[in-house]
Design a protein around this ligand. Sequence first.
Ligand code: UDP
Ligand code: MG
Length: 407
Amino acid sequence: MVATQKPYLSIVVPVYNEEENVKPLYEKIRTVCESIGETYEVLFVDDGSRDKTFEVLSELREGEPHLAVIRFQKNAGQTAAMAAGFEFAQGERIISMDGDLQNDPADIPHLLKKLDEDYDLVCGWRRERQDKFWTRRVPSVVANWIISQVTGVGIHDNGCSLKAYRAEVIKQVPLYGEMHRFIPAMSTVVGARIAEIVVKHHPRRFGTSKYGLGRIWRVMLDILAFKLILSVFARQSNRNGHPSTQHSYGNQMNPKFNVFRVAAFLSLPFFIIGFPLINVAIIAALSFIGLGVSLIGISLITGWSLGKAQREAADLSPLASFFIYRCARRPIRCFGPSGATIFVLGGILMIGLPNVGPILMSIGILTFCCGLFGEIIAYGNAKRVKDYTVEIFLNAKYNYKVFENIS
Ligand code: UDP
Ligand code: MG
């Protein structure tokens, strides 16, 4: 390949402790890419593996001009790894896939073909999923149903990493936390046109899954956060024609700040949990005050973070760095459970201490809302998430090392 030429296709593969999988996977990918006949690069992102994954990849790199390896010195998570891959990818079409041989590279040409039908994102659907029934497939069906209800994006399998993207679109989609499971919904923020096709899926042969049942709870919290994010940031979907022909991506953060939807959403916990309880009037009053404060806060923060989005990545305000760094990267994870706990505690205390209970419950609601604000802030700043994932998260915190890109 000519040094200055950019490849047409980039394959992004995040890997964490996949020493036995990377070599056979790379070989399969190479065979498929050669058969496509376009120029390509394969980016393995080693997400701080503790086994021999990196050694195997480094060895493999010898004499393989198509292979690039990005390494995180610490495990930063699959989303960060994917975001770094998208950042470094030079192709105009990008494919992401798991590094454990569960996705099949043979599906890549089908995804690309669908993408050429004027879509921005083509998702794989593991219809014949080869994972455990009760702990994996059932929760996944339920989660996907909820996600499609909440986000309005009717994709069957959000969690399938095998996807194809137009580079100019996916590079605009903010990714942080564990958002790789919500790429289709997040892509609607930039007005992406989304399709899905059925893909093959194989059982894991080597290594183990990196996620346990804990993901169910995390995904639920994420859905809540995304509902808020989407109601604040989502663009109108009644677009005509192909988005990329409208030259609108440079200006993708087009906030459709709908106070009523946000208010309805924020008052949900109050309506669901608050009403059946005894001291309704007090809780109602305090909750509405909380709600008012929340709404004012959200409008201020939204305006602020959009303005901030124009500035340099490193120039985060103290508030933004608080939410992004101090809160284990996910404000809702930090404030959500504590808010809910305080709320429930307040509810219990109402039995014996009718004065303290409602106050605690309101503090709980406020704490929860705080988590939601944090998501808005993190998201507003995540407009440059590629920068912050790579330069701040991974450089300052996780020190990545790039072993020369392909060109
Ligand atoms: N992975 C990663 N970082 C992590 C966890 C996972 O890069 O912190 C990679 C992992 O190596 C694999 C892909 O993400 O290539 C999907 O992970 P896994 O197969 O464990 O998820 P599952 O298929 O069980 O949902
Ligand atoms: Mg897997």
